[in-house]
Write a protein that binds this ligand. Structure first.
Ligand code: SAM
Length: 362
């Protein structure tokens, strides 16, 4: 077996910096390129299974081949089969199996393709061209998504992206995408994408003994991601006005075995906690398009910001995901100073990751 490996981790658009930082912090390898929703890295230990534990990644792949993007016309699509012929596909399958501790060769393959910009071909044209070429090399059946829908779970998943400059062919390592967390069995409307929750908890810089609060916890994604990444924190507390959301959070908490999360029904506009006792607040409040704010948060939104300021310790931090950066004026009036703003795209919709620290109220 060759002893080098080049990986590609993919993320939501805008989270590439957090993903690159996580790769470096976990000492998985050297970053070789950062692109649209992707971070390429050369592994320091090619068979280190830590690559499959990346929490801010949507998914992680072995890099198979790179070439030029074939442009906008359908006549360019057959040119993509060159990527399949450049690929040492049998070696990659073997590498993937070693990472998974598996010896069974996948009985077939599927390809999932995406591209940036308008094209006169569709994703299935690309998938079929590359899938048939890979299947001929590996001597296994190709499963076309165009006609057959979802592939059998034991098939190898290949991924192809066209970013306007480069075509990249990759082999997915894990049977399911990394963003599908086994603990997340129950969801609520507006529930958070787990890698984004993981990125928020990284930004919050949770430390030993910290009290961490999500005042509108929904299905508990933020607190579970935080508790899994930072078991050294002192306590995790989640509140929500909605009993159904709390039931979902309890079910997910049990699945994650994240037992130290305390869940309780309360209005986030007036929480049953003493002044200055929370070190970290991490939350996506219900001010998006999907979920309505209720009770005091709806009646007096400005009071919510004062509540955050009241709860935080003088060295505390709040990390929030907001649909626009505009509610920052009431935050400033409540004495919360923004120290970081970052635009993220989730399914094409921009949202803002904002970090606030307490100053003096105006
Ligand atoms: C965007 S969702 C949070 C999703 C959560 N982060 C997750 O991953 O599932 C917002 C939550 O705020 C809750 N909510 C609305 N008004 C509230 C209030 N006044 N106090 C506490 N929670 C409230 C909703 O019930 C909803 O669960």
């Amino acid at each position: 077996m060759r002893d080098d490996a080049h990986f590609v981790a993919r993320s939501a658009r805008g989270l590439e910096p957090q993903l690159a930082a996580e790769i470096l912090q976990r000492e998985l390898g050297s970053i070789t390129a950062v692109g649209h929703r992707s971070v390429h890295f050369r592994a320091w230990r090619p068979y280190d299974t830590g690559v499959t534990g990346l929490r801010t990644a949507d998914d992680v792949f072995l890099l198979a081949a790179r070439g030029r993007d074939v442009g906008t016309r359908k006549s360019g699509v057959p040119g993509l089969t060159e990527l399949a012929s450049k690929t040492d596909s049998a070696r990659l399958i073997q590498h993937r199996n070693t990472l998974l501790g598996n010896t069974v060769k996948p009985p077939g393959l599927e390809v999932s393709a995406s591209f940036l910009g308008r094209r006169s071909f569709n994703r299935y044209d690309v998938e079929d061209a590359v899938g048939n070429a890979l299947a001929a090399r590996l001597k296994v059946p190709y499963h076309p998504r165009r006609t057959k829908g979802a592939p059998p779970p034991d098939y190898a998943s290949w991924r192809l992206t066209l970013d306007g400059t480069e075509a990249t062919l990759m082999l997915r390592i894990t049977p399911r995408p990394l963003h599908r967390r086994p603990y997340k069995q129950a969801t609520v409307r507006g529930t958070l994408h787990p890698p984004l929750a993981a990125a928020m908890t990284r930004l919050a810089d949770i430390g030993r003994g910290h009290t961490v609060l999500d005042p509108c916890c929904g299905a508990g994604t933020v607190l579970i991601e935080a508790a899994l990444a930072h078991p050294e924190a002192g306590q995790y507390r989640g509140y929500d006005i909605d009993e159904t959301a709390l039931k979902a959070a309890s079910a997910n908490k049990r699945m994650a075995a994240a037992v130290r999360i305390h869940l309780e029904r309360a209005d986030a506009g007036r929480l049953p906690l003493p002044d200055g006792t929370v070190d970290r607040i991490v939350c996506n409040p219900p001010w998006g398009t999907q979920v309505e704010a209720k009770a005091r948060m709806a009646k007096a939104p400005a009071a919510w910001w004062r509540e955050l300021h009241r709860l935080l310790t003088p060295t505390g931090t709040a990390v929030l995901l907001l649909p626009t950066p505009t509610p920052l004026l009431p935050a400033l009036q409540a004495g919360l100073l923004p120290t970081h703003t970052q635009r993220i795209h989730l399914s094409g919709t921009p949202t803002y990751l904002i970090k606030l620290e307490p100053g003096n109220p105006r």
